[in-house]
Design a protein around this ligand. Structure first.
Ligand code: LLP
Length: 384
């Protein structure tokens, strides 16, 4: 059933080919999100039966219609800035603040005060605020983000554990944290860890749970273990997918051994990546001998993942989907940087000006990381 759903939403854009070609020609470069695929992804996530609560990490895609779709599926929200918290309350004024978790990093003091005013779950990922601004935290209930000592993920830029990562409280500081929280009577309701992003190894969430459990026993009184996000997806057909059934089985083992803790997770990518595509139109072709370029009307200003992480997303010529691939090409944007390559060495059919190019699995960390570099406006967004 899980595999069927996965197949299904990999195919959503193929089924809408003509509609998408027309849309790209009319609107120019566009991120298109499928509401059905967002909902299918939510259903797949909820097949983690050992997890008690699900929060959407809205940094992955903060499009209003995407947020509304997830709210309609009863997801909470994980926010990393006060801007994200405020967006949630503006869109959903009646939301229970307990369904929002604020997990900032090196945020200014005022953001913690504002988050407490909203009544949301506040996560501290450093001892500094407790030492320097105790009056902000006195008599409060908080979460602590723990650095389990190692990171994991698709690229060094997204691994968030160990001394070379700026995130989380190192375990050696726990006794000092404990003495401060006792002094200023803070209740630690939950512990949090997020070791990185784009993880395909199903054992990681249970390992994180075991580490958080050790810290929880050290502190006492902890009810919730938030295991973060990080669930990886297939960016192209050659990649493996993460076996969510196995993740669930492993977490079930943890739960059976430690039934007194609630488990929360906060994925971003898993919910949105496969539900989004980026459409662009071919502008010009170039051949430097055997090295060929297909130019499109948007580039790293809309989608920076290939340049930033060497990400390799499926790319197709939507206008020539049924044509045989006969050449190896580079798909490039119009930005003044040699790194403005969306696809390197791709097998492609003969293409021409006006063809619509589709970059798949771009619903996460796409539009949110875009810019107007070169004063080229990034792709617009539309939910269908
Ligand atoms: N929770 C926390 C505390 C996080 O820092 C993140 C992501 C998430 C949850 C959600 O992680 P996800 O489930 O989406 O992997 N721009 C990079 C990814 C950066 C992730 C930042 N933190 C990329 O495009 O791969």
């Amino acid at each position: 059933d899980v595999e069927e759903k996965e197949e299904l939403h990999e195919a959503w854009w193929k089924g809408k080919r003509d509609e998408l070609v027309q849309l790209s020609r009319e609107k120019g470069p566009s991120y298109v999100y499928s509401k059905d695929a967002l909902i299918a992804n939510t259903e797949r996530l909820k097949e983690l039966h050992s997890v008690d609560r699900f929060f959407y990490a809205m940094k992955a895609n903060a499009n209003i219609d995407v947020l509304k779709t997830f709210r309609s599926q009863d997801l909470g929200f994980e926010c990393v800035s006060i801007g994200e918290v405020e967006e949630v309350f503006e869109l959903f004024p009646d939301i229970d603040p307990g369904e929002v978790i604020f997990t900032p990093n090196f945020a200014p003091r005022e953001e913690y005060e504002q988050a407490f005013d909203h009544g949301v779950n506040v996560t501290l990922d450093n001892i500094y605020p407790l030492q320097k601004w105790p009056e902000v935290f006195e008599n409060r209930t908080i979460f602590l983000r723990i650095d389990p000592g190692h990171g994991h993920g698709h690229h060094d830029h997204v691994k968030t554990g160990g001394v070379h990562s700026k995130f989380g409280i190192p375990r050696f500081e726990i006794p000092e944290v404990k003495s401060i929280i006792d002094d200023i009577s803070i209740t630690v309701k939950g512990l949090h860890a997020h070791i990185g992003s784009g993880i395909k190894d199903p054992t990681q969430w249970k390992s994180t749970a075991l580490i958080l459990h050790e810290v929880a026993e050290e502190l006492g009184g902890v009810d919730v273990l938030d295991l973060g996000g990080g669930f990886g997806i297939r960016e192209n057909d050659t990649q493996a997918s993460l076996n969510m059934k196995q993740v669930d089985e492993l977490l079930k083992q943890f739960r059976d051994a430690h039934p007194n803790y609630e488990l929360w997770v906060e994925p971003g990518r898993f919910l949105t990546a496969t539900a989004g595509v980026l459409l662009a139109n071919v502008t010009q072709l170039k051949g430097k001998g055997s090295v060929k370029y297909i130019g499109i009307d948007t580039g790293m200003n809309s989608f920076i993942r290939p340049a930033l992480y060497g990400a390799r997303h499926t790319i197709v010529n939507l206008s020539k989907l049924d044509k045989e691939s006969t050449q190896v090409v580079n798909i490039v944007g119009p930005i003044c940087e040699s790194g403005d390559k969306l696809g390197i060495d791709r097998l492609f059919p003969e293409s021409e000006e006006g063809d619509v190019i589709l970059i798949a699995n771009t619903g996460a960390y796409g539009r949110v990381m875009s810019s107007s570099y070169n004063l080229r406006m990034p792709a617009t967004e539309i939910l269908i």
